[in-house]
Design a protein around this ligand. Structure first.
Ligand code: C5P
Length: 424
């Protein structure tokens, strides 16, 4: 395969050498196109020796071969590693003032961007907007790794490991070249974008205390892995999930950490704008303290403590309503979870049926938590509730690990997406 490797001018440019080496080991041809600044961090001779091809940066080099158009056109895959904030901004703006940006503009191949920059730059609203623009155009943007940066500082901004970049990029290319039949069989969500909320929200009482719940996030993580394995791009909105669990996720899943319900709501609405489907697996607090104090609450005598709580928004219902308001979101599939207990008058399943109607979702994953089996454990029992010609259809009881359940949910979701596609 002919891979074009773009290299931008950041300290991580030296890691491009490992990316080239890995691609060459896998027998791919690599045309390296650095920016002029990249060559201040890694020399052209190194890039030429490792790739076995000439290296130029300027559109006016090798003009006789119309380099600025040909390189992009001939590429089977474009990888940019590292991509700086500046290069990302240029691509978002459609600039073509050097060989790399011109090549990105002329290619029809899959483009995979691996950013590396300081945390402040990565979190700056300008970069956030540019990344969203790239993703909305189908460019695959990896999230940077979290860790030590150039100086003593650390945070999100490190270039992901070269092997992970190459593996991810090749998997995107495989999606594209795989024959239609087997692609839809093995990766039914290829080309889709699924947003998944996971974990449990925390509502601050003061700087050190919060009201929370026992959700570990394991179910949401398992869903993210299953959706990723089915070929989808996954945006995971992670409410207070242990970093050990998050670090086990495959490269390429976008993670947005949140704490409170209001933060989760904002993140979900942002992600909704470009989602084919949404799965609300997070355990969301229905109430939050009316006021959170800036300083730690002090003990005040023996009279106990009365907290006033106010109701949180129902995020799921809000997402369904937003879909109803926006015509272009009309085909979006929305999936909710319902952990229910029954009582003397009503079974847990009946409560779930009522919830399915009330929330307006396409699928509701119901689990009976009467025996306390769901939270934090490795296996669970679910039934998937859907709508069949206006009637509520309840799937069979399914018992399995959270991974098994996730496969089941992703299969049901894929079927719904296919159904929507074939009826529109
Ligand atoms: O109403 P209940 O909490 O049982 O509904 C569960 C479903 O609704 C889950 O999918 C959960 O993520 C979502 N939810 C929500 N916003 C809330 C409460 C629950 O989106 N405030």
């Amino acid at each position: 395969m002919r891979v074009v490797l773009g290299v931008a001018g950041g300290i991580a440019a030296y890691k491009a050498a490992h990316v080239i080496r890995r691609l060459r080991e896998l027998d791919h041809s690599v045309k390296v196109v650095p920016t002029a600044n990249a060559l201040k961090f890694i020399g052209a001779p190194t890039l030429e020796a490792l790739s076995g091809q000439t290296v130029t940066t300027d559109v006016f080099d090798e003009v006789d071969t119309v380099n600025h158009v040909r390189i992009g056109q001939e590429a089977d895959l474009v990888i940019i590693a590292p991509a700086t904030a500046d290069l990302i901004a240029k691509i978002a703006a459609g600039r073509a003032d050097d060989l790399l940006t011109a090549s990105v503009l002329t290619t029809t191949a899959e483009v995979v961007v691996a950013p590396a920059m300081h945390t402040e730059m990565w979190l700056n609203p300008a970069t956030v907007a540019n990344i969203a623009t790239l993703r909305s155009r189908g460019i695959h943007v990896l999230d940077p790794a979290v860790g030590r940066l150039t100086g003593p500082d650390s945070g999100p901004g490190r270039l992901p490991e070269p092997e992970d970049i190459v593996d991810f990029a090749l998997s995107r290319q495989t999606d594209r070249t795989r024959p239609e039949q087997s692609s839809t069989e093995t990766r039914p969500l290829s080309g889709r974008r699924i947003v998944i909320s996971a974990g449990g929200t925390r509502e601050a009482l003061d700087p050190v205390r919060f009201l929370g719940n026992r959700s570990s996030g394991k179910q949401g993580i398992a869903l993210a892995k299953a959706a990723h394995a089915a070929g989808s791009h996954v945006d995971l909105v992670a409410a207070n999930i242990d970093s050990g669990l998050l670090s086990g996720l495959p490269a390429g899943i976008t993670i947005t950490p949140v704490e409170s319900t209001l933060e989760l709501q904002a993140a979900m609405h942002t992600a909704q704008t470009h989602a084919d489907a949404i799965i609300m697996a997070a355990a969301v607090a229905d109430y939050r303290p009316a006021e959170a104090t800036d300083s730690k609450m002090k003990k005040s005598g023996d009279d106990g403590l009365t907290l006033r709580l106010v109701q949180n928004p129902d995020i799921l219902r809000g997402l369904v309503d937003e879909r109803g308001r926006q015509t272009r979101l009309g085909d979006q599939i929305i999936v909710g979870f319902a952990a229910e207990t029954g009582d003397a008058d009503t079974t847990a399943l009946d409560y779930a049926r009522a919830k399915f109607r009330r929330k307006g979702v396409d699928l509701l994953v119901f689990n009976d938590v009467s025996d306390d089996r769901a939270f934090g454990h490795d296996d669970t029992m679910v039934q998937i509730i859907s709508s069949d010609d206006g009637e509520i259809a309840v799937g069979e009881e399914f018992v399995g690990s959270k991974d098994d359940v996730s496969q089941k949910v992703i299969a049901a979701l894929s079927a719904q997406l296919t159904h929507v596609e074939s009826t529109t």
